[in-house]
Ligand binder design. Sequence first.
Ligand code: FAD
Length: 433
Amino acid sequence: MNRWQNWSRLETAVPRVVEHPRTPAAVVALVERARADGRPVKMVGSGHSFSAIAAPEHTLVRPDRLVGITDVDRDAGTVEVLAGTPLHHLTRELARLGLALGNLGDIDVQTVAGAVSTGTHGTAGRVAGLAAQLVGLRMVTGTGEHLTLSPTEDAETFSHARLGLGALGVLTSLRFAVEPAYRLAATERVVGWDELVGGLHDRIGAHDHVDAYWFPGTDRCLLRINDRVADGAPAPSRSRGRVARWVDDELVANGALGVATALTARVPALTSPVNRVVGRLAGGTSYTEPSHEVFSGTRRVRFREMEYAVPLAAAADALAAVRRIADAHRVGFPVEVRTAVAEDVPLSPAHDRDTCYVAVHVHHSAVHEPYFAAVEAALMDLDGRPHWGKVHRRQAADLAPAYPLFDEFLAVRERLDPERLFTNAYLRRVLGV
Ligand SMILES: Cc1cc2nc3c(=O)[nH]c(=O)nc-3n(C[C@H](O)[C@H](O)[C@H](O)COP(=O)(O)OP(=O)(O)OC[C@H]3O[C@@H](n4cnc5c(N)ncnc54)[C@H](O)[C@@H]3O)c2cc1C
């Protein structure tokens, strides 16, 4: 049976048809067929959205044969890549070419098209999320056209198509701005809550990338700072050996976290003692490695996540509210705190404002609804915007006022996909049409 399921196992669908196009021309042909039949078609990435944004309703298009770099322009500092390319494939190929992306998220198994389409971001006070790193793209629209878009080729459509929620067309290739490969010096240490919250603004100004995890039921936070090491400068710390990397990535980030979050999901009363131990295991590390190896790790603990973007000025209020709610719900799973610089991407949660991202999680065996609903209500009050690829319950009526260019996005969609070839239940909810 053709079954589609997302990584978190929250969403499942059974498409009638599954396609694996090998070329952009094959994408054009399958969109034409879907159009003639009047059947919806959904290109998916690697299924790492927690929301039902990628759920197909008739034809599922798999990305696995649209993979690889198709052009490198060293003079312009850009690279074109096919839409189904996993981020780890892109970053390793770039490293081989002596190049790198300016920022990345926590993991790198998403496809490039899936990642930009939901606003995937890392943490940084200077470099924006992946959609904002695009300088061009190609896309098959619901009227069967294969458009080439960039800041100089239909700039308005390009601007919206960078983060299109899969609603405007099927992306066939993306062109990213790249830079010479660089190393990051990473330091991780445990700090108290007041030091994290009180020092957040200063740290964002002083460092390239700052993020943190707060361990519920405790006062402990794991603060992670990554700074670029100037070309040719001596590395401030050594690269991790295989064993040290295994301890960080597998034992602490996955092994201990898996045991702790499963245990606290089952016995919430253990949240404080267990998280004190996890907080003690974490931190105290520093190392210098190529940027893509520092940005992204592996996530073996299966969880459910909601993430909200609030104005950076509201970060302390947002974090205080989330702390109260997590403790009241006796949730053990760490809360992640990241920041983003204001972006011009119309549907980016960081659109037009410096942003603090607050992500709440539960172990996959736990019930997430009451906790997420309480956090969502509190962060909506602070003008929060949800991550499009993570769990949330927002609808068009309350999303439209949160995005100054929401109506323009709908107008672009009306023009590019008048018959709603690319729609699904999620898009009908968040876009309202
Ligand atoms: C463990 C884990 C860690 C994560 N870490 C981060 C993080 O650090 N930062 C962050 O911001 N997010 C993070 N996410 C969320 C994730 O990055 C996004 O949900 C992303 O969209 C997933 O990419 P994907 O390739 O799996 O796309 P999917 O989830 O499969 O699809 C997402 C959307 O992209 C559309 N799409 C895919 N391909 C195309 C195409 N060719 N043309 C048009 N539309 C297309 C789909 O239709 C759908 O609308 C994480 C998720 C998980 C499970």
